[in-house]
Design a protein around this ligand. Structure first.
Ligand code: NAD
Length: 294
């Protein structure tokens, strides 16, 4: 039986979207424009199609304009770069997201770096990565931003906590560590070459797992009372042959030790699109030289 407080990502994401909708309404009435998000999808990847459909629907529900560009996977890199250049120049588009992965013949980094950093709502452009690391106002990657919101929903002040981030990817692990430094945590980044990972995790007041391996983090690695944020999304097949989504943490066992823990699904997952919408508002405000709204 779990004892930990379960951090409800669905409810918290709904609150983030409600805040975004309120901010959009204020922007329309006080500043006279409507923020807009352009999403570019290349090819027919089923998971990407679902993400893009959800993004477009939630963008509209928050009162923003949604521009969808669905392209065939045979398009050239030049064609995609030309579309990004047009979106960069379009004053109605405040955020641009190019859905990854891209077909192999297209250089993803070249495309991501062609996005105007002011419209880079994924926060992957080297300019935003650099600004985040030197503590300037920047668009930060959505999943790590959402993870911090979830941790703070349980403990508002994370200052001084020993935080261990497992994973050092550019889209989750590294920006996660930067955001936790901004929260005044003492941050350790663990990865596939870390010695004695269980020992490192046992010291943590806050554990962020972004590994991509089902139930890799065991319950007895979790310090009593720690906050556990599980970013992993892994599909496994149960003995009965049915598919199931699980995180990177053994939820049932970890919940016996943790003070609070996010479930999978229903934890970090719903936060990612909500934070994309939040980033679009922030991008629009920055482009107009306006301060953050909250
Ligand atoms: P990635 O494969 O790019 O990085 C995985 C990281 O885990 C690497 O840095 C690696 O060093 C580390 N790692 C691998 N094996 C390890 C081991 N044995 N011990 C310690 N560290 C190890 O993955 P990613 O893109 O960062 O994603 C991580 C997970 O988060 C995946 O399950 C992915 O599906 C999920 N994810 C979820 C969301 C969301 O919206 N919730 C968004 C992005 C990624």
């Amino acid at each position: 039986m779990s004892q930990a407080f379960i951090i409800d990502g669905k409810t918290i994401a709904a609150k983030v979207r409600a805040d975004v909708a309120a901010d959009v309404a204020r922007i329309k009435s006080e500043h006279g424009f409507q923020p807009g998000l352009a999403v570019v999808l290349v090819g027919e990847d089923p998971a990407s199609k679902v993400y893009v459909r959800n993004k477009a629907q939630q963008t509209v529900e928050c009162g923003m304009q949604s521009f969808e560009h669905k392209l065939d996977d045979t398009i050239s890199e030049e064609f995609l770069l030309d579309l990004v250049a047009k979106l960069n120049a379009d004053p109605n588009v405040h955020g641009i997201l190019v859905q990854m992965p891209l077909p192999k013949h297209i250089d993803s980094n070249k495309v991501l770096e062609s996005i105007n950093p002011a419209k880079d709502v994924d926060g992957f452009h080297p300019m935003n990565v650099g600004k985040l690391s030197i503590g300037e106002r920047a668009l930060a990657p959505c999943t790590p931003v959402g993870s911090v919101i979830l941790a703070r929903s349980y403990q508002h002040d994370l200052s001084g906590l020993d935080a261990v981030v497992i994973g050092r990817s550019n889209i989750v692990g590294k920006p996660m560590a930067q955001l936790l430094l901004r929260e005044n945590c003492t941050v350790t980044i663990a990865h596939s070459r870390t010695k004695d990972l269980p020992g490192v995790v046992r010291r943590a007041d806050l554990v962020i797992a972004a590994i991509g391996k089902p139930e890799f983090v065991k319950g007895d690695w979790i310090k009593p009372g720690a906050i556990v944020i599980d970013v992993g999304i892994n599909r496994i097949v149960k003995p009965d042959g049915k598919g199931k989504l699980v995180g990177d943490v053994d939820f049932a066992e970890a919940a016996k030790n943790a003070g609070a823990i996010t479930p999978v699904p229903g934890g970090v997952g719903p936060m990612t699109i909500a934070c994309l919408l939040k980033n679009t508002v922030e991008a629009a405000l920055m482009q107009k030289g306006l301060p953050p709204m909250r």
